[in-house]
Design a protein around this ligand. Structure first.
Ligand SMILES: NC(=O)c1ccc[n+]([C@@H]2O[C@H](COP(=O)([O-])OP(=O)(O)OC[C@H]3O[C@@H](n4cnc5c(N)ncnc54)[C@H](O)[C@@H]3O)[C@@H](O)[C@H]2O)c1
Ligand SMILES: [Zn+2]
Ligand SMILES: [Zn+2]
Length: 414
């Protein structure tokens, strides 16, 4: 597949890639209609052309499955056969315009797949390896990377904001127009070209629809408890917002031996599900909720984690945090939304408010750790899987996510 080999011709050593570009590729994986254009692979992918279409998405159809061209991996990149990609609220936030991104774009960032081909310079992975893709490619060289905070990688953040791979390139095209990548992954597609820095090799025996969850929901929710909040055993925890991210945090609170675990949501079905996953108490959002939680916990919880995608939920998380306690948010609400708190409380009550991106994880360290915890039965994240959906079923699936009717849906090609 698209590997350059040197062959001896009558004029000496010739770049075999030149002949391949003209006469086609060994296994036909990449083709081209013009000898001087880069070779491309055709595949099905769901393109988002426009943000903010009206609900229901089943009618307005913001995502359209098209035949998209994919260029081969460049240096330091991989060609991945996508096996499974989850639906995260961060994808929905691009669809509904809360998280503005350049258009058109192929969404999907919580993915697992198989390495088909390694670009030049990638020597530590091989075709056949199973990888989990994470949504921040980390360069390894910038200051945050060197400080052990790859979630804050500066070139990674720039590339994600620009809708390119870490290399600055776009490998997706539709009708000869470039398409933007979604935070380095673009998993709602049959194949993806990604930076090596977006991929973590994982146990090949792990089913892909389970592996995918570790790329975002699990990494974010579990990491927020273990890395960002560093919840000690016995402490009281509240989780506000019980989607894939919040419920992963709840499972992690159980894992680290939190004392009281209070699950908070507006949706009674989510509360019922949370008690089955180990919440010690559940509280529905209502006018008296602050007093209710404070009464239950002798003045508030030591750690309140907000994962609801809403500023009122963050406000609530702050209000139910105890004096001296820590409020952590992983939410990504619209950039214009503001959060305000009485400034005096930070000093007078020694309060901490912390943001958590990618669960403050080092993905290469934490994805295998969390998978091992899952395989030993200590982190039952498979319980979060609610529906398997098809590429063509994504619009309806985003309606279910927006309506709170699912936990974690995963798109596969079965
Ligand atoms: N920081 C990161 O690295 C990172 C990674 C992934 C997702 N996210 C963000 O985390 C958030 C959650 O993602 P998800 O996929 O789990 O979302 P989700 O939509 O599956 O779940 C959100 C939950 O919050 C509940 N909720 C909504 N408003 C509420 C309120 N006012 N009070 C209490 N509960 C409320 C909903 O009923 C739902 O159960 C989103 O903002 C997403 O963009 C951040
Ligand atoms: Zn996500
Ligand atoms: Zn970096």
């Amino acid at each position: 597949m698209y590997k350059r080999r040197s062959v001896i011709g009558y004029s000496g050593v010739v770049d075999c890639g030149f002949f391949l570009r003209i006469f086609g590729y060994r296994d036909g994986s990449f083709s081209q209609d013009n000898a001087f254009a880069p070779p491309r692979k055709q595949m099905k992918a769901a393109i988002l052309n426009e943000m903010g279409r009206a609900r229901p998405y089943a009618n307005s159809k913001p995502l359209v499955v098209e035949d998209v061209d994919l260029a081969p991996p460049g240096p330091g990149e991989l060609l991945i056969k996508i096996k499974a990609t989850g639906l995260c609220h961060s994808d929905l936030s691009v669809v509904n315009g809360d998280r503005p991104r350049p258009m058109p774009m192929v969404l999907g960032h919580e993915a697992a797949g198989e390495v088909l081909e390694c670009g030049a310079g990638v020597t530590d992975l091989k075709p056949g390896d199973q990888v989990v893709l994470t949504f921040v490619p980390s360069c390894g060289n910038c200051l945050p990377c060197m400080e052990g905070r790859p979630a804050l990688c500066e070139p990674g953040a720039r590339a994600n904001g620009a809708g390119t791979l870490l290399s600055g390139e776009r490998r997706l095209r539709f009708h000869d127009h470039p398409i933007y990548h979604h935070i380095g992954v673009s998993g709602y597609a049959e194949y993806a070209v990604v930076s090596r820095r977006s991929a973590i090799k994982v146990d090949a025996s792990l089913p892909a629809h389970e592996a995918a969850l570790f790329g975002c929901a699990v990494l974010t929710g579990v990491g927020a408890v273990i890395n960002t909040a560093k919840v000690p055993a016995g402490c009281s925890v509240a989780v506000v917002g019980l989607g894939g991210v919040g419920l992963s945090a709840l499972l992690a609170a159980n894992l680290v031996g939190a004392g009281e675990i209070i699950a908070v949501d507006t949706n009674p079905q989510k509360l019922e599900f949370a008690s089955r996953l180990g919440a010690t108490r559940t509280v529905k959002v209502g006018p008296d909720i602050i007093k209710e939680v404070r009464d239950l916990t002798n003045g508030g919880v030591e750690f309140a984690l907000e994962m609801a995608s809403s500023v009122p939920a963050l406000q609530l998380a702050f209000d139910i945090t105890k004096r001296g306690g820590t409020t952590v948010t992983a939410s990504l609400p619209h950039p214009e939304h503001r959060f305000s708190i009485p400034a005096v409380l930070l000093a007078a009550e020694e309060r901490t408010v912390k943001g958590s991106y990618l669960g403050s994880c080092v993905p290469a360290r934490d994805v295998p750790r969390y998978i091992s915890l899952y395989q030993r039965g200590k982190l039952p994240v498979d319980k979060l899987l609610s529906e398997i959906v098809s590429l063509e079923g994504l619009n309806e699936a985003f309606d279910r996510l927006a309506d709170g009717k699912s936990i974690r849906q995963v798109m596969t090609f079965q």
